[in-house]
Design a protein around this ligand. Structure first.
Ligand SMILES: [Zn+2]
Length: 407
C-alpha cells in the first residue's frame, strides 16, 4: 500500500499537467515613443514596426487562435530593451520576435536579415539541452523568415546570422530580431512605405511563424535547420511542400477579409508610381550630397541593434587613386541599353563599360569585395552567369590583382 501511495504521488504531477499550456508568443515592435528608430523624411521606423506587428497579430489571431499573443507595445510608447525582455521572460513565453527596419550609411545596401543570439560563443553559457534547443529554434526561425522574404520578391536576403543583440541575449526563449529592409535604400524604402509592402512583410513573417509552428510541433527542426543552412534559406527540407500548401490555404482566404485600410496603424502611402520613385531617388541623392558631411545624428537611445552592419570604408575628400572598385557584371550586349530595359529586371544602379565591340552591363560599385561577393549570391538567382569584376581608375583589372591592392 505504501508503495502504491508513493507511486501515485510520483504520478500526480503528470495528471495535473495533462492539459497542455497554450503557446505564448511575444511580438515586439521595435522602438516607440521618443525613440523613433531610423527614419526617412516623415517615415519613422517605430511606426512601420508597429504596423507590421499589428498585421501579424491580426493574422495569427484569426488563423491560430490557440496561440496566446503578447505585444510588447500596441501603441506609440517608449519601452527599454530590458522591459521588452522582461515582458517575454515574465510571461514564460515560447517565442520572442522583434521587428526592426535597417539603415546603413551606404545607400546601395538593401535587403532583409534576421539575427539570433549565439549563446555558444558567450563565456558563461551553460551548455545544456534547453539552451542548445533555444539556440537552434532561434536560428530556425531566423532562416524561415529569410526564406519567406525571399519567396515573395525580396531576393536580396542577407541571411540569418548570430549577433550580439540585447533582446536576443536577454530572453530565455527562442528569440529573433528581424530587419525587414533598409530605409536608407531607395528601393527598400519605396517598398517599406507602401501599403502593399507592409502587408506583404507581415504575411511573410506570419508564414514563417506558421512554418516554425509546424516544424517544431512535428519535431523536425533538426532536419529543417540543416536544410535551411545548406540552402542558404531557400529550403526548409522535406516538410516544405506540405507547409507551403497549408500556408497558402490558410493565408489566401483570411487575408483579403482581415486586412482593411483602417487597420493599418500608420498612414502609409499608396504604392509610389514609377515617377514618384524616380523623384524620390533624385531627392535622396540631392539630400545625400548636400548633407554628406554635415550631420552625425546622435540617437536618443543608444541601441545595440542599431549599429549598422555595413559601414562604408572611410573615404577622404581626395579619392585615393589606388582603391579598386568591384561590380557585378550581369551580362554583355553589343550596344548600350536603357536603364529601364526589361533585361535588367529592375536592377539599379547599373552602368555600362565598353570593351571592344561589347558593352558590359555592371550592377553597383563598391570597394568592399565581401559585400559584392555576398550580393552576387542573390544576383545569380536572376542572372545565373553574373560574376564579379574589378576596376582600378576606371580600367578593368583582374579580381585577383584588385584584391592585392585592398588593405
Ligand atoms: Zn531598429
Amino acid at each position: 500500500m505504501k508503495k502504491l501511495i508513493f507511486l501515485l504521488f510520483l504520478l500526480f504531477p503528470l495528471f495535473v499537467s495533462a492539459k497542455p499550456r497554450p503557446l505564448v508568443w511575444v511580438l515586439d515592435a521595435g522602438h516607440g515613443g521618443y525613440d523613433q528608430g531610423t527614419s526617412m523624411r516623415e517615415t519613422l521606423e517605430k511606426d512601420l514596426t508597429l504596423s507590421i506587428v499589428k498585421e501579424i497579430s491580426t493574422l495569427l489571431k484569426k488563423n491560430k487562435p490557440g496561440i496566446k499573443l503578447i505585444l510588447t507595445r500596441s501603441d506609440d510608447r517608449y519601452l527599454s530593451l530590458e522591459e521588452r525582455c522582461n515582458i517575454a521572460n515574465n510571461a514564460n513565453a515560447d517565442l520572442f520576435l522583434s521587428v526592426h527596419i535597417n539603415s546603413a550609411p551606404n545607400p546601395l545596401v538593401s535587403g532583409t536579415e534576421s539575427f539570433y543570439a549565439d549563446l555558444r560563443r558567450s563565456n558563461n553559457a551553460v551548455r545544456n539541452s534547453t539552451i542548445v534547443r533555444t539556440i537552434d529554434r532561434s536560428e530556425l526561425l531566423a532562416w524561415l523568415l529569410q526564406k519567406n522574404y525571399g519567396e515573395t520578391g525580396r531576393p536580396n536576403g542577407r541571411g540569418a546570422r548570430p549577433k550580439q543583440l540585447y533582446v536576443c541575449q536577454n530572453t530565455n526563449m527562442p528569440a529573433v530580431l528581424t530587419e525587414v529592409g533598409f530605409l536608407s535604400n531607395i528601393q527598400d524604402a519605396a517598398y517599406l512605405t507602401s501599403k502593399s509592402g507592409i502587408r506583404q512583410i507581415a504575411i511573410d513573417i506570419y508564414n514563417a511563424l506558421i512554418e516554425y509552428y509546424t516544424i517544431t510541433k512535428d519535431k523536425t527542426e533538426k532536419k529543417s535547420l540543416l536544410a535551411l543552412r545548406r540552402s542558404n534559406g531557400k529550403n526548409s527540407g522535406i516538410k516544405a511542400n506540405k507547409i507551403k500548401k497549408e500556408k497558402l490555404a490558410e493565408v489566401e482566404q483570411p487575408l483579403m477579409a482581415t486586412v482593411s485600410p483602417t487597420q493599418t496603424f500608420v498612414p502609409v502611402r499608396d504604392d509610389p508610381t514609377p515617377e514618384e520613385v524616380e523623384r524620390m531617388v533624385a531627392e535622396e541623392l540631392a539630400a545625400k550630397a548636400a548633407t554628406e558631411k554635415a550631420e552625425i545624428e546622435v540617437p536618443v537611445i543608444p541601441e545595440k541593434e542599431e549599429v549598422p552592419e555595413v559601414v562604408e570604408p572611410e573615404t577622404s575628400s581626395v579619392p585615393t587613386p589606388a582603391v579598386p572598385v568591384f561590380s557585378i557584371q550581369l551580362f554583355a550586349v553589343s550596344k548600350e541599353i536603357k536603364v529601364d530595359d526589361v533585361r535588367l529586371k529592375g536592377y539599379k544602379p547599373v552602368n555600362f563599360k565598353r570593351s571592344g565591340n561589347l558593352v558590359k552591363v555592371l550592377y553597383g560599385s563598391e570597394t568592399d569585395y565581401k559585400l559584392v561577393k555576398s550580393t552576387l549570391i542573390t544576383v545569380r538567382q536572376d542572372f545565373p552567369d553574373a560574376f564579379v569584376v574589378a576596376y582600378l581608375n576606371d580600367e578593368p583589372i583582374s579580381v585577383a590583382d584588385a584584391l592585392k591592392l585592398v588593405p
